[in-house]
Ligand binder design. Structure first.
Ligand code: PGA
Length: 227
């Protein structure tokens, strides 16, 4: 099965920087890595232009979003709902990232509603979880929804701290996740960098990376670390 590299750009970059990233993306970087699938989750305003550049330059990059509204289309000022993303080729939504849970008070119930909306729109889900919230979160999904998500173990202490957890700890947590998500792709995120990416990919179905791949040159180093 292909392994996922999902880059979360969080609330970084302007359009000039985004165009620079894509216009300078070395086309052959992933040529010898057919087992890798690269997704980028930019801030919403850049999705359409990225779609154009990716198509025009035939880049092997898929688009993701960092969040999605729990609402349907309608009078919801400021929300970005699934319908807004139609025809833009968005393949995946990160849902329940700890920054959304912590800084924007997203409850597990709200996260479950977002999962429901994304799946109903045929957008794949990268459901982010940490140790304390995972049983509650899993139980709020329907059986069918549970089978359809990818699950990212995102220990809060490891995010943006430069302190990834040990691969053994990740393996142990994956074991616990298996009682709810027996066959799902399991991803690790939190301070993934060139010196540890290989170890994490060896024990998971992919990695979620932010800080270590915001700049194109850093992303190239990350890929080169895979050999
Ligand atoms: P980081 O962020 O790579 O900067 O630790 C990871 C994440 O938020 O998923």
């Amino acid at each position: 099965m292909q392994k996922t590299i999902l880059l979360n750009w969080k609330a970084n970059k302007n359009i000039i920087e985004v165009e620079h990233w894509l216009n300078n993306f070395p086309k052959d970087l992933l040529a010898n890595k057919p087992d890798l699938r690269l997704l980028i989750a930019p801030p919403f305003p850049f999705i359409a232009q990225m779609r154009r550049l990716i198509d025009h330059q035939q880049l092997a990059i898929s688009l993701a979003v960092q969040d999605i509204s729990a609402q349907g289309a309608g009078a919801y000022t400021g929300e970005v709902v699934a319908k807004n993303l139609e025809f833009l080729g968005v393949e995946m939504a990160i849902i329940g990232h700890s920054e959304r849970r912590k800084l924007f008070n997203e409850s597990s119930q709200l996260v479950a509603s977002k999962v429901h909306r994304a799946l109903a729109a045929d957008i794949g889900v990268m459901l982010c979880l940490d140790e304390p919230d995972f049983p509650e979160q899993a139980k709020l999904l329907t059986e069918q929804e549970r089978t359809r998500v990818s699950v990212a173990y995102e220990p809060v202490s490891a995010i943006g701290s430069g302190q990834a957890v040990e691969p053994e700890t990740v393996k142990a947590f994956f074991q616990k996740l298996r009682q709810f998500f027996p066959f799902n792709p399991l991803i690790y995120g939190g301070s993934v960098n060139p010196s540890n990416i290989k170890d994490f990919l060896a024990i998971s179905d992919g990695v979620l990376v932010s800080s270590a791949a915001l700049e194109l040159n850093d992303f190239i180093l990350l890929m080169q670390a895979l050999g």
